[in-house]
Write a protein that binds this ligand. Structure first.
Ligand code: SAM
Length: 295
């Protein structure tokens, strides 16, 4: 276990928003009313705010009437800025925000927290909005076990591989997506996961918030006709206890998967999609490869 080191700074009071430290501050994902009073207090009282995009955060500061110096901290300069930010967080309050939602969640910040912790910085999180959690709560799908998988890769091959890795996971899946890519991603998910129940949560906490439910293929067809605007979370039901597939369905699915990917991935993908034991699918895949006639 790593214990915080002193870092040479006086021990800060962990609950004081103005003590030295790194404050991870969640900000609204649409509705400014979702900024918590505690988040507003630390944003107004920090010595400096490390922001993903200072223009975006400037609007939030304007909303709360705060004037606090900001530094841009993003994927292109984080390695360079991190040491100086950590040095400051040892002697004063540094707030970390992303453009919207919870920093570090598909946003910069993880390495800053990792290195700040190693340097003995007092680290405090101010929890709040997160699109993944908000989308999950809107979906009506099981919430007891879920996997957040961020954004799928943009390229079709890498996307299919990523989806195949998710196929066997017995949990609700939560993904981020953009409007222009939504229909293609939903279609690829239907192919790779099977036609599971799903939801598309869009523009959460904004004027046109909606959550549309259906099977993956239904949703793919809907959004292929009219690509949606705005920000999107896809939520997908876990693999269900569907009736076992018949021999012909298994052979067709295996033939398609084997043509596209390795034996191992094909077996994993088909076993998850058709809800069949891996050993059964593996044995059938070997037989088909050895020249057995399809059912
Ligand atoms: N850190 C953020 C969070 O906690 O939600 C997520 C940052 S990630 C770069 C941005 C993605 O989150 C968007 O492309 C979209 O998929 C999702 N997102 C953000 N705000 C959203 C909203 N209001 N409604 C639906 N999805 C949203």
């Amino acid at each position: 276990m790593n214990t915080p080191q002193s870092g040479g700074a006086p021990t800060p009071a962990p609950d004081s928003p103005f003590a030295a430290g790194l404050y991870i501050v969640a900000t609204p994902i649409g509705n400014l009313g979702d900024l918590s009073p505690r988040a507003a207090a630390i944003l107004g009282g920090a010595a400096v705010i490390a922001a993903e995009d200072t223009r975006v955060t400037a609007k939030l500061l304007h909303h709360i009437g705060a004037r606090v110096p900001m530094l841009a901290y993003h994927d292109h300069n984080d390695d360079m800025l991190r040491p100086a930010l950590i040095a400051r967080a040892l002697r004063e309050a540094v707030a970390l925000v992303s453009d919207a939602g919870t920093p570090l969640i598909s946003d910069p910040g993880y390495k800053l927290v990792r290195d700040a912790r190693a340097a003995g910085v007092n680290i405090v999180t101010i929890p709040g909005p997160c699109a993944a959690i908000a989308g999950l709560t809107l979906s009506g799908l099981p919430t007891d076990r879920f996997l957040f998988a961020g954004f799928l890769p943009a390229k079709a091959g890498a996307r299919a591989t990523a989806i195949a890795e998710l196929a066997g996971i017995r949990a609700t899946l939560v993904l981020y997506e953009s409007g222009p890519r939504l229909a293609a991603s939903l279609a690829a998910l239907a192919t790779g996961l099977g036609d599971r129940a799903a939801a598309v949560a869009r523009e959460i906490s904004k004027r046109f918030e909606e959550a549309v439910t259906g099977t993956l293929s239904e949703l793919a067809a809907r959004y292929a006709e009219a690509p949606p605007r705005g920000e999107i979370v896809i939520i997908i039901a876990p693999p269900g206890a569907a009736p076992a597939a018949d021999a012909a369905t298994l052979d067709t699915a295996l033939a398609t998967a084997l043509a596209a990917t390795s034996l191992k991935s094909a077996v994993a993908e088909v076993a998850a999609t058709l809800n069949l034991p891996r050993a059964t699918v593996y044995a059938r895949a070997l037989a088909l490869k050895a020249g057995d006639a399809p059912a």
